[in-house]
Ligand binder design. Structure first.
Ligand code: FES
Length: 322
């Protein structure tokens, strides 16, 4: 079972149908009290009774202090996360939830914001649009789905767009002869100074990264659902832990995280695939072999922190503050 400090037991207040195969879950404290605050783009991790830990973005408004609303898309290839939630979680149930974390933060002072969503990727972008609307920010959304019946939160989006419905561009592939959203064109047309955000399936993110690669890193932002890079598990290096005062040898087939857990060292972790940021660890010396999708290229090059669940070492020894 992953070590997750500060797990909260939150009650499922409501379950709503949002679109085909997409339900939203409203989570509250049983006593109705305040929850830890979050900022637009944040996610929480759910530890399910079947032992799985899954991250879900928050779609609700950061100014609401008493609830988190998450969107869950039933993945037909589900390994027990979304499928289990859809089948089993009902209003009144309790779920183990971490406090929110944000690896996909919104730049609130942008002159213009372009948001590109694919499918359930709309969830964090919806919380961003709520925030931008509260700040009277200028935004446009490009929302791609395979079919219109799979577009979640359309009512919320229409309300947020208000008198400017042209801000929301819905692209249903089956209404365009199966053609995908023109991500490069959207990026190309973005005015100077625009902040761009993309959350969706891997091909969409790849198209975005390619189209926006020339922009400064601080102006292009992505959030992944899954990491298709293999974890670094070739071993053959040592890890010195300054806080624990031990040095461990990372063997072939093991990650740093697994090596630490096997040695009885407590480490917070969640997704185990480099997308949630829970296992972030400070690097004192040595050069990590980064395999995560949390850190930007700049952050990786800075050599200050690493995700030990999936990243390894390019040097024979890593010294970590842990
Ligand atoms: S546990 Fe999620 S990034 Fe390492």
């Amino acid at each position: 079972m992953p070590a997750q400090p500060d797990l909260m037991s939150l009650r499922v207040q409501a379950v709503r149908y949002e679109a085909e195969d997409i339900l939203s879950y409203e989570l509250r404290r049983a006593d109705g009290g305040k929850l830890p605050s979050f900022t637009a783009g944040a996610h929480v991790d759910l530890t399910l009774p079947n032992g799985l830990v899954r991250s879900y973005s928050i779609s609700s408004d950061q100014s609401e202090t008493g609830r988190y609303v998450i969107g869950v898309s039933r993945d037909r290839c589900s390994r027990g996360g979304s499928e289990w939630i859809h089948k089993n979680v009902r209003p009144g149930d309790f779920l183990a939830v971490t406090p929110p974390r944000n690896n996909f933060a919104l730049a609130e002072d942008a002159p213009h914001t372009v948001l590109i969503a694919g499918g359930i990727g709309i969830t964090p972008l919806l919380s961003m649009i709520r925030r931008l609307t509260a700040l009277s920010g200028d935004w446009e959304l490009h929302f791609a789905v395979r079919s219109r019946v799979q577009a979640a939160f359309l009512g919320d989006l229409a309300a947020l767009a208000g008198d400017s419905p042209e801000r929301v561009h819905l692209h249903a592939d089956d209404e365009h002869g199966g053609g995908f959203l023109d991500v490069p064109g959207i990026v190309r047309r973005a005015p100077d100074g625009t902040q761009l955000y993309c959350c969706g399936p891997a091909p969409m993110l790849a198209a975005f990264e390619k189209a926006a690669g020339h922009l400064p890193a601080g102006r292009r932002h992505v959030e992944y659902f899954a990491n298709d890079q293999a974890p670094a598990a070739s071993g053959g290096f040592e890890v010195e832990l300054t806080d624990s005062g031990v040095t461990l040898s990372v063997q072939t087939g093991a990650t740093i995280l697994q090596t630490l857990l096997d040695a009885g060292i407590e480490v917070p972790f969640s997704c185990t695939e480099g997308i949630c940021g829970t296992c972030e660890t400070q690097v004192i010396s040595g050069v990590p072999d980064h395999r995560d999708l949390v850190l930007s290229d700049q952050e990786k090059a800075a050599n200050d922190v690493m995700m030990i669940c999936c990243s390894g070492s390019k040097t024979p020894r890593l010294v970590l503050k842990r």
